[in-house]
Design a protein around this ligand. Structure first.
Ligand SMILES: [Zn+2]
Length: 186
């Protein structure tokens, strides 16, 4: 069992009051024992307490960290990226960052579901800002916008190997080198 797979959020049920009493970082809502913080649940069967252990570090990136993630949304002037890896470490944090793309002057910097590599540049008001501007940043994996076929790099654009459609993306210099994406197992 990995701790991340067992992550509980505030309000999540971690035990029943018939079996347990609230321990650390938990409360009793009259029916269930629920978490007050983010962490992993620990049911202590000798003391009959239900606890949330918080040393599971919630992985929120620091400025300068490198994130590999999946594009969740493409808005007019930015992309929203959900984080899969921070500095090569798998994370399950449900945290997103946004990258401004307007200045890149590409019609399609990235598409939804593209895998991108991002550098974190700022954290403001709870929003994490990243950039895909540098050469090594940007799209690592994408598909054809017309037919979802496999594409190859053509200068700073991509060309579909199925239908021949040429499209722009903000490509990383590591585009197509999927071995820079760590294995899920780590
Ligand atoms: Zn195509």
């Amino acid at each position: 069992m990995t701790l991340a797979d067992d992550l509980k959020f505030p309000g999540d049920k971690i035990g029943s009051i018939e079996e347990y009493v609230p321990g650390r970082n938990t409360y009793d809502d009259g029916e269930s024992i629920r978490a007050t913080v983010i962490g992993s649940s620990k049911l202590d069967n000798s003391e009959k307490t239900a606890n949330i252990i918080t040393q599971t570090k919630i992985s929120v990136p620091e400025i300068g960290d490198t994130v590999i993630g999946t594009v969740e949304a493409v808005l007019g002037s930015m992309i929203v990226v959900s984080m899969n890896f921070i500095n090569q470490r798998r994370v399950h944090n449900n945290v997103e960052c946004i990258c401004q793309t307007r200045h890149l002057r590409k019609k399609y910097s990235a598409l939804v579901q593209d895998v991108v590599i991002v550098k974190i540049i700022a954290r403001q008001n709870g929003t994490i800002h990243g950039t895909i501007d540098d050469d090594d940043l940007g799209v690592l994996s994408t598909k054809c916008r017309k037919c979802f076929g496999i594409v190859g790099m053509m200068r700073d654009a991509v060309k579909c190997k199925e239908c021949g459609w040429i499209d722009d993306r903000k490509l990383s210099s590591n585009f197509g080198k999927m071995d820079i994406i760590p294995s899920e197992k780590r």
